[in-house]
Ligand binder design. Structure first.
Ligand code: PMP
Length: 400
């Protein structure tokens, strides 16, 4: 018996994928020249799989803010806020996010993953029941496991199924926490938050929404899908990340409950890990200001998303959702998906390959994501590459 025995099944699967060309899960970006352009294998490549929705990774104001913080405050905090103390920047950032989200309590975590672990496991315990959308992200599942709460899954985006499952719980004396996401990252579809909020009210439950992919993307002020659906007041806990629209790294949990502030002292992924660095705080703070003050970024993002979505539909790709900045095309099988992914990269376009076990129903997807920073010409080039890939696949599989 060997510690590594559990990996024995991996090489076969992995080798089959790599044998078709490259390792899709270890692509090296040799140079990063802009939010939408990199160099891979010595060749200029368009990034169409980065979730850099507002393109702020190269924003001059963000870079300048980060540079100044780095020079003035050093490279890192070297510990957790509980032990090493809070930098003024942490507080300013929490305050800024609170203003944008219009919520009194905001707690910043080192990543979005940890925000979910910390918030879920801090809020719920063995006497509580969590109801989660079946397609929720892995870190929500991990947070649920860590909490020790009873976990009930409801059918993806089905308020009816959620309602049924809550009714089945009867008037059990446990707290009920409903968890869903805003924009779902695999299909690019969105949660029916209005209907879910109604179910929440009918069952006196709490509602927790992971807006990782929707902050900065949805809502007139970029607060997320709850703002867009006009149900922000029904959401008890909003979780998000700094690694997408905000162009950096980190995460947060925000709430309208004043007592949520105590999560800082009940959340192990907050207490026992180092806090984000001054340069990170400064770039996120500046990016958050841009979300609030530059609606034109969101407008450009949506124009670009429409452009790619309509172009791929016209080419005959089977898309997983209506227009959103995540545009996933369903592939008939893994071999075709890997072949198409390699072929797109040969043509200078990088997208994400999503295959089981990472996909909700075991599908194989080519997942693209749009940025406000993409130019119209870049989107046309992406579409030309998809068109050429479609012609190649049709030669091998005329039924596609
Ligand atoms: N929530 C969702 C819905 C996500 O898709 C992700 C990761 N993409 C996370 C949380 C984790 O965020 P981070 O990458 O900042 O840890």
């Amino acid at each position: 018996m060997d510690l590594f025995d559990k990996f024995d099944e991996l090489p076969g699967r992995y080798k089959r994928i790599v044998a078709q060309g490259r390792n899709p899960f270890g692509v090296e970006m040799e140079q990063i020249t802009s939010p939408t352009q990199v160099v891979i294998e010595g060749k200029k490549t368009i990034l169409a799989g980065s979730h850099n929705y507002l393109g702020l990774t190269f924003d001059e104001d963000c870079i300048e803010a980060g540079r100044t913080a780095l020079a003035e405050q050093g490279t890192g905090t070297t510990g957790s806020r509980i032990a090493n103390g809070t930098f003024r920047g942490h507080q300013k950032l929490e305050q800024k996010l609170g203003e944008i989200l219009d919520l009194p309590t905001v707690i910043v975590f080192p990543t979005g993953y940890q925000a979910n672990l910390g918030a879920i496991a801090g809020l719920a315990g063995s006497d509580d029941t969590i109801l989660i959308d079946a397609d929720c992200h892995a870190c929500i599942y991990d947070g649920c496991k860590m909490s020790g709460a009873t976990v009930v899954r409801f059918r993806h985006n089905s308020p009816e199924d959620l309602d049924r499952r809550l009714s089945r719980l009867g008037d059990e004396n446990s707290n009920k926490l409903i968890i869903t996401e805003g924009l779902f990252s695999m299909y690019g579809d969105t949660a029916p938050l209005k209907e879910i909020a109604e179910v929440k009210r009918n069952h006196s439950a709490y509602l927790y929404v992971d807006e990782a992919h929707s902050v900065g993307v949805y809502g007139a002020r970029g607060r997320g899908l709850a703002e867009q659906h006009d149900v922000a007041d029904d959401v008890d806990f909003v979780v998000g990340t700094f690694s997408k629209s905000l162009g950096s790294i980190g995460g947060f949990c925000a709430s309208n409950h004043p007592k949520a502030e105590y999560l800082r002292y009940a959340s192990r992924p907050y207490m026992f890990t180092a806090s984000i660095s001054p340069a990170t705080i400064a770039t996120v703070l500046k990016a958050a200001e841009h979300i609030a003050e530059k609606p034109e970024l969101r407008e450009r993002l949506w124009r670009n998303s429409e452009h790619l979505h309509s172009g791929l539909s016209e080419l005959g790709y089977k898309l997983c959702s209506t227009v959103s900045p995540i545009i996933s095309a369903e592939m008939p099988d893994q071999e075709t998906a890997v072949r198409c992914w390699n072929s797109l990269l040969d043509k200078g376009v990088y997208v994400n390959l999503a295959i089981p076990p990472g996909t909700p129903k075991g599908e194989c997807l080519l997942r693209a994501s749009m940025s406000a920073a993409h130019t119209s010409e870049e989107i046309d080039q992406i579409l030309e590459a998809y068109a050429a890939v479609k012609r190649e696949v049709n030669k091998i599989r005329p039924d596609q």
